[in-house]
Design a protein around this ligand. Structure first.
Ligand SMILES: Nc1ncnc2c1ncn2[C@@H]1O[C@H](COP(=O)(O)OP(=O)(O)OP(=O)(O)O)[C@@H](O)[C@H]1O
Length: 253
């Protein structure tokens, strides 16, 4: 499924937070969103996921304007892993992941084989199957993050939005989660702070600054020393990773 945003703007009171953003993500593509703190990445993801109503502009998922689509119907196609999402404390890991099946179930239907397979598969994908009966509140930060990703996977979405999904994760799980997002047969937009991970796993990268998009293109096109200096205020040397042909950033002291 494709994602198309046209001229999105949003703000609170007098403050404009997202200004005139347009983007297009093709079916199966992974778009990375990078930008300094407060540049509007989470706000943009919430607009595109339909959790905020834009002041102006439209979002289409597979050609359908999401403003006319019910939350439940949207949730059958689109999953959103939010930053620091919270969960009821007195539930098990499996119960949290089961919530991902809610958009697919009717009030009268029982728990189906398909539901069971989706939950088990999602837990396995994030390496948390061994924790399924553990109480949510006893998990570590990284384990919680992986369970929230499993809940999104259990939704069996066609489109996935992830806001800093690698937060709290050790390097093995950072790489595994991003590799999984890239290799799954879905369209995704991922906000990331780690520029080298964005370079490794995203087909294209959009750079945000002050609520607007200041660059968009392939990692090689976007991740240049002048852009990193201008947007992130860092000096860096960019080389090409021989094994994958992607840029690798080495920050100067
Ligand atoms: N509901 C709100 N009311 C007032 N200001 C807000 C609101 N939501 C976001 N902001 C402000 O909008 C700006 C963009 O916030 P947002 O969370 O989208 O940035 P971000 O790029 O995701 O940042 P970070 O990298 O730190 O997670 C910030 O300055 C934030 O303080």
């Amino acid at each position: 499924m494709s994602v198309l945003a046209r001229d999105l703007s949003w703000g609170v009171g007098q403050k404009t937070i997202v200004t005139g953003i347009s983007l297009s993500v093709k079916e199966g593509e992974t778009l990375g969103l990078i930008g300094p703190n407060g540049s509007g990445k989470s706000s943009l993801l919430r607009l595109i996921a339909g959790l905020r109503r834009p002041r102006s502009g439209t979002v289409e998922i597979n050609g359908r304007d999401i403003s006319g689509v019910s939350r439940r119907s949207l949730a059958r196609e689109v999953a959103f892993v939010q930053q620091s999402a919270s969960t009821e404390t007195s539930v098990s890991v499996r119960d949290v992941v089961k919530l991902g099946r809610t958009p697919h179930r009717s009030a009268l239907a029982g728990w189906s084989r398909e539901d069971e397979d989706a939950v088990r598969g999602a837990l396995e994908r994030v390496d948390m199957a061994g924790h399924s009966s553990q109480a949510w509140q006893t998990l570590s930060g990284g384990e919680r993050q992986r369970v929230h990703i499993a809940r999104a996977l259990a939704q069996t979405p066609n489109v996935m939005f992830l806001d800093e999904p690698t937060n709290h994760l050790d390097i093995h799980h950072q790489i595994e989660i991003l590799r999984m997002v890239r290799d799954l047969d879905l369209t995704s937009i991922v906000a990331l702070h780690d520029l080298n991970l964005a370079a490794m796993f995203c087909d294209r990268i959009m750079v945000m600054q002050g609520g607007t998009a200041v660059a968009c293109g392939t990692p090689e096109e976007v991740l240049t020393a002048p852009l990193l200096r201008r947007v992130f205020r860092v000096d860096a040397e960019i080389s090409c990773e021989a094994s994958c042909g992607r840029p690798h950033i080495r920050f100067a002291l």
